[in-house]
Design a protein around this ligand. Structure first.
Ligand SMILES: NC(=O)c1ccc[n+]([C@@H]2O[C@H](COP(=O)([O-])OP(=O)(O)OC[C@H]3O[C@@H](n4cnc5c(N)ncnc54)[C@H](OP(=O)(O)O)[C@@H]3O)[C@@H](O)[C@H]2O)c1
Length: 351
């Protein structure tokens, strides 16, 4: 028996995140890419002509000849995955929610809105309760966001430790990949033989703020932020994919490194219980090697959907320090949004 797939639209399909959506959805069992959009520069062209395809696979045949639409729509797909530039994402996503669409967004614009879930399905699926509040405002459609790409890795590593031992404060230094800046991104002469200790767009503030919403609660119709503080320092490095983070933690109850490793390795969430198609079997891979994780060796674990944690060790100044790696355009962006879409479908929340 063939089951009819759910048509989805990709706003916008030509960028670094949009291309990942197109690639990852090629063989999705539930979703079918029916519509693709981009800027006015690309609209009216066939996808293969509009897009500078940068991934190590062919453009999926079913998408290559789709004609690119503008972001004004209209779209027949009720579910829209958004990788829109933040300069335009805010208003465009609001408009589609008002028209009854479910917008699953990568952009920063709505992440901290008081009735918008900032969702990592393993960590805070209960935050979907905010949709009832949001839908009263919009009349039916809604926006669900996934976090900043570094935050997905950081929050995933913090959550089990926070539940078991209580995070008091965290310091994090990031080493972020080039694909995080989109395409063409950072000029080659700026980044070759170099590290740039700055990333625009409020990157440090996002890392310091978003985990507190994700690990906080949705109570009596409002989000309550988790009670810990984070200090972040970000760097762009000459790695193509995969954000690495050095994380230093002060905990309310101090575990040994092996206790912390056991808690991280045992962690599972609703996507694993429901066996959602994009769910990694083990969301956190705890690596034993003294020199792991490394982006080139570890970013593709479980098709890029697992977060890697290694070098968990005691620290004289903090309680623990560890290294975290996340594939920024898969688990940190398109894959994260697809998993959000799957959870919405599994919970019967798609319009
Ligand atoms: N890269 C990552 O790892 C990552 C991770 C998490 C979140 N994000 C977020 O995802 C979004 C997209 O990032 P990206 O890395 O994919 O950027 P990108 O490679 O620079 O792509 C930008 C996309 O936005 C479109 N666009 C630009 N201006 C537009 C306009 N005025 N109207 C409609 N479309 C417009 C472009 O379409 P054309 O091709 O037609 O110009 C292109 O498809 C950003 O909000 C970013 O912060 C990125």
């Amino acid at each position: 028996m063939t089951v009819e797939k759910i048509p989805v639209g990709i706003l916008v399909a030509t960028g670094a995140v949009g291309q990942r959506f197109v690639q990852l959805l090629e063989v999705h069992p539930w979703f079918d890419v029916a519509e693709v959009a981009a800027s006015d520069r690309s609209a009216g062209k066939r996808y293969r002509e509009a897009c500078t395809w940068r991934l190590a696979s062919d453009i999926p045949a079913a998408v290559a000849d789709l004609v690119v639409a503008t972001c004004e729509g209209p779209f027949r797909s009720k579910l829209l995955f958004s990788g829109l530039d933040s300069s335009v994402a805010g208003d465009v996503e609001t408009a589609f929610a008002a028209k009854g669409h479910a917008v699953v967004s990568n952009s920063r614009n709505h992440r901290l809105d008081p009735d918008v879930p900032l969702l990592i399905p393993e960590l805070n699926p209960d935050h979907l309760e905010a949709l009832a509040v949001q839908r009263r405002r919009t009349g039916g459609g809604y926006v669900v966001t996934n976090p900043n790409c570094s935050v997905v890795g950081l929050a995933m590593a913090l959550a089990p430790l926070h539940r078991a031992f209580g995070v008091d404060s965290a310091a994090v230094a990031t080493l972020q990949a080039l694909s995080g800046a989109g395409y063409p991104g950072v000029p080659s002469l700026d980044i070759a033989d170099n590290v740039i200790p700055y990333i625009g767009g409020g990157e440090e503030e996002k890392i310091e703020t978003e985990p507190r919403k994700i690990l906080g609660a949705f109570r009596e119709g409002a989000f309550v932020l988790a009670d810990f503080r984070i200090s972040a320092s970000v760097h762009r490095v000459a790695v193509v994919d995969g954000h690495t983070m050095a994380v230093f933690l002060r905990l309310r109850r101090s575990p040994s490194p092996s206790e912390a490793a056991a808690v991280l390795a045992a962690f599972r969430g609703e996507p694993q219980e429901r066996r959602l198609p994009f769910a990694p079997e083990r969301p956190i891979h705890v690596l034993e090697g003294t020199d792991r994780p490394q982006p080139r060796l570890d970013r593709d674990r479980e098709r890029g959907m697992a977060v890697s944690v290694g070098r968990i060790r005691a620290d004289g100044l903090f309680d623990l320090k560890l290294e975290v790696l996340v594939h920024n355009t898969i688990r940190g962006a398109a894959g994260a949004a697809i998993l959000n879409g799957e959870l919405l479908q599994a919970r019967g929340l798609l319009p």
